[in-house]
Design a protein. Structure first.
Length: 484
């Protein structure tokens, strides 16, 4: 009997010690509610803009160089944004299976899971197995836990960058294998194009370029490849994005602000900016070990940890200053720096020599991360009602008719209405001249949200639909009408 138990115990232990098991397990856990619409409270607006572009590729024009949104009023909606690789993957899957918004969730979850695996391999290569496991667990429990299943390009992009780091370092280890340099080029290009700010982490290669152990030829080939890798993202973001905005008259994509202005905003909102690191990024307990890891690295004069931290933070601080107020008030802007924090937190955790205590702390870190993000796996009832907008409008209008919705800056309801038009505030809609001008441009209906993303106002136009969540007014050919 003991022999049988021992034979059973060893495979179980091996499984539990294999980080791939945990990555797969948390992949499965995050499949919960994967088919739900992007209506969770946190950043539903960001997700629906991704979905708009993907759906328009399918329904209007599949040219990847002309992404378009639905909130540009009477305009085409073509505008500058991140290079829509993520959106195009959603479109490609939809072309085969028919459109569903949740494809984006699944694609991001798959790519981000591979990104976490490459993160583990990269850390294990330059540190040790224990540090790699601890860092990977902390990353799994971090803000990546929820955002890796959102229809957003942030963890998607960073996953390609982390994989590019892995293959780039492989090239430095064996420069005769040019395939590693080629894979680095491809993965890095996808990562940067998907989210420009993710490129900051590639600054880590400074350590290898300055290392005298590598030949001049190896460094030259790598630097040249890196320059070539940056050419198309530079053309896209600094030429094509402004060109689209100017040519089609619709601005949407935030390209940052002057560094000095952004720096002043970071200082002005220093408390909110700092909160992104300890509250949004890896939560409180892991952040304590992140600080311990920094202090221990300073005490040990561990140049590897300190150089990684210094180079990555200086590079990331530029991103922070380019973002300014936006960084301080949007939690997902911390996502690119979280892997670095997880590495230092793992180093801090490794100071504890009792494995039982380490596992207990990891469980507590995981519990804290889950509790603080579990709300992202459910949709509030009033938000869920927005999914009915399309059916309500279809009962008396066609999809080509322009509408206006009182959701302010939120494009979410327009996506679920499956229409094009304007999103405005109540105050703007109440302006008679503005509404009449929109009617002349083709506005047919105004949707007044009552509970989610809007508050009720009454218009002096025929109300063609009304329930507890929204009212719809027909405004076409009623220019003489007044708003109350």
């Amino acid at each position: 009997m003991n022999f049988i138990l021992e034979r059973l115990r060893n495979p179980v232990n091996n499984l539990l010690l294999d980080i791939r098991f945990w990555i797969l397990l948390f992949f499965i856990i995050r499949l919960h509610g994967i088919t739900r619409p992007p209506l969770e409270f946190a950043h539903n607006w960001r997700q629906t803009t991704v979905c708009m572009v993907a759906r328009n590729f399918l329904e209007i024009d599949a040219n990847i160089f002309y992404p378009r949104l639905d909130i540009a009023g009477e305009k085409t909606g073509i505008t500058g944004m991140e290079f829509p690789i993520f959106n195009y993957l959603i479109y490609t899957v939809s072309k085969i299976f028919g459109y569903e918004h949740w494809y984006g969730r699944l694609i991001n979850l798959i790519v981000s899971s591979f990104g976490i695996w490459f993160f583990f391999k990269l850390i294990q290569k330059y540190f040790n197995l224990e540090i790699a496991k601890y860092a990977t667990f902390i990353l799994l429990f971090s803000i990546w836990f929820s955002y890796s299943r959102k229809i957003m390009p942030d963890t998607f992009s960073m996953s390609f960058i982390i994989a590019a780091l892995y293959y780039g370092t492989n090239y430095f280890e064996n420069s005769s294998k040019n395939i590693n340099l080629f894979i680095y080029f491809i993965l890095g290009s996808i990562g940067i194009l998907s989210k420009l700010s993710s490129a900051y982490l590639l600054s880590i290669f400074i350590l290898l370029i300055l290392n005298n152990q590598h030949s001049i030829r190896t460094k030259f080939n790598f630097i040249l490849t890196s320059i070539l890798m940056l050419i198309f993202p530079a053309i896209w973001y600094f030429y094509w994005v402004p060109h689209l905005v100017q040519s089609y008259g619709f601005w949407h994509f935030f390209m940052g602000k002057p560094l000095v202005e952004g720096f002043n905003e970071i200082i002005l909102y220093w408390s909110d900016s700092l909160k992104k690191f300890y509250s949004s990024g890896i939560k409180y307990i892991a952040f304590v070990f992140f600080i311990l890891g920094i202090l221990q690295a300073i005490y040990d004069k561990n140049k590897t940890y300190l150089c990684v931290l210094a180079i990555s933070f200086c590079s990331f601080f530029i991103i922070m200053c380019k973002s300014g107020w936006t960084f301080a008030h949007h939690e997902y802007y911390i996502i690119p720096f979280v892997p670095v924090m997880c590495l230092l937190a793992a180093y801090g955790l490794s100071l504890i020599k009792n494995n039982l205590y380490i596992y207990l702390i990891l469980i507590i870190i995981g519990f804290e991360g889950f509790i603080n993000q579990k709300h992202d796996f459910r949709i509030k009832e009033n938000f869920a009602k927005l999914e009915n907008l399309e059916n309500s409008l279809d009962s008396f209008s066609i999809k080509s008719e322009l509408i206006m919705i009182n959701s302010g800056l939120f494009p979410t309801p327009m996506y679920f209405a499956h229409r094009k038009g304007w999103v405005e505030t109540n105050e703007k809609i109440m302006e008679k001249e503005y509404l009449e001008a929109a009617i002349k441009l083709g506005l047919k209906y105004v949707v007044i949200l009552k509970r989610a993303l809007g508050t009720e106002i009454k218009l002096d136009y025929p109300c063609v639909f009304n329930n507890e969540d929204y009212a719809i007014y027909r405004v076409a050919n009623s220019i003489s009408g007044n708003t109350n």
